[in-house]
Structures are given as structure tokens and as C-alpha cells.
Design a protein around this ligand. Sequence first.
Ligand SMILES: C[S@@+](CC[C@H](N)C(=O)[O-])C[C@H]1O[C@@H](n2cnc3c(N)ncnc32)[C@H](O)[C@@H]1O
Length: 210
Amino acid sequence: MSFEHIAPHYDWMERLLAGERLQHMREAWLEKLKGCRRILSVGEGHGRFAAACTARFPEAELTCLDASPRMLAQARQRTLRPGENCRWVEADILEWIQVERYDAIVTCFSLDCFSPGQLAAVVAKLASCATDEACWLVADFAVPADGAARWRAQLVHALMYGFFRIVTGLPARRLTPPDELLRAQGFSLCGRRVTEWGLLQSDWWRRTGR
Ligand SMILES: C[S@@+](CC[C@H](N)C(=O)[O-])C[C@H]1O[C@@H](n2cnc3c(N)ncnc32)[C@H](O)[C@@H]1O
């Protein structure tokens, strides 16, 4: 799996196909990071969350992890400014050995890349490096429970997964909601914003007990 080929095109494709809609979801719960000293963004990609986060909380230390060097280079370029407080980690999250703990975990449109087995491993790994009161922001695609919105989302997902599977070798064939995995790690859903007929979802989770 590699986003290297698509990295130079990711930005314009997002703007063309989604305008600012994905960015609104990335930033929907940004204020909940207030007071967090150490933030980990996994699958940061082209840096749109990182740019918003460092602009809003310049004092926080943001670690951005991504397996794609080209994606990471774009994120770095986008975030670059004097006094920037970012760390850049080029790694596969499935193999990454974490040594530090974070007050906040952020996953924007990255958990949907994983197969069910991988997702369980990723959530467990990230939870193990989150503090006891950490928050976790998850922005991602979703499939509504029923009705026309569900058919619409299923069609969009089929096109999206088909495209990314061919271009990046994505291991996931469909979306696996991470909710039960997060709950098993002691996180509770504190807020959810849903837009685009249920196609886009942005969650604020907080660890309340283990
Ligand atoms: C769909 S893109 C999302 C990028 C960005 N976070 C956004 O909001 O648009 C998924 C990102 O996750 C990264 N990624 C996918 N699998 C990964 C893995 N196993 N380890 C680290 N990064 C991964 C990809 O390189 C890519 O940059």
C-alpha cells in the first residue's frame, strides 16, 4: 500500500471533488485540543489538519506520522513557519514502535484505510500511547443506517474504495467503523457531527475509563 503516486494530486483532487467539506470535518472538534501539550496525528497526509492545528495551538507539540514520504513532505511544506513545533515521523503505523504518550490522538480520513484486523491493531496501538484522559478526534467517511442516504453513501464508497485500491493498493475493501474498538479501549463518544447526508462524520472521543 502506498500513497506515493497519488500524493502530488491529492490536494487538487480533494478541492475539486469535495471543496472545503473534508477540511470542515478535520477542524470540527479542533477546539477540544485546547490544553493538550502533545498531539499525535496518524496518516496526516498532505498536512491540512497539521496546518490548522499548529496555527491554532502553536504551543502544542504536534507529531505527524505517515507512511508516505511525499505526503509527509507536503505536510511539512504546508506547516512550515518560524518556531514550528512539529515532529515528522515516516513510518507504517502497523510497525511503528511508540515510546511516548500523547494527550490527543487525531486520525483524519486514515482509519478507513485499514482492514478490520489491521484496524483493531492500530486502535490498540494508538490507545496504548494515549494518556488516561486523552481525547481522540476521528474524521472519516460513514455509511448511514438506512434509506436513500445509505444507498448514496454505498455508491460513493464503492467508487472511492475501487479507485484507491487500484491507485494505492489499499488493503481495506470497505469501511470498518472504529467505534466498538475505541470503546473497548476506554474511550467514550462525546460529540459527533454528521454532514453530506451522513457521508461525512467527525467525532470527539475522550478516555473516561479502562
Ligand atoms: C486517505 S489519506 C488521508 C490523508 C489526510 N489525513 C486527510 O485528512 O486527507 C490516508 C493517509 O494515511 C496514510 N497511511 C495509510 N496507511 C498507513 C499506514 N499503515 N501507516 C502510516 N500511514 C498510513 C497514507 O500515506 C495517507 O497519507
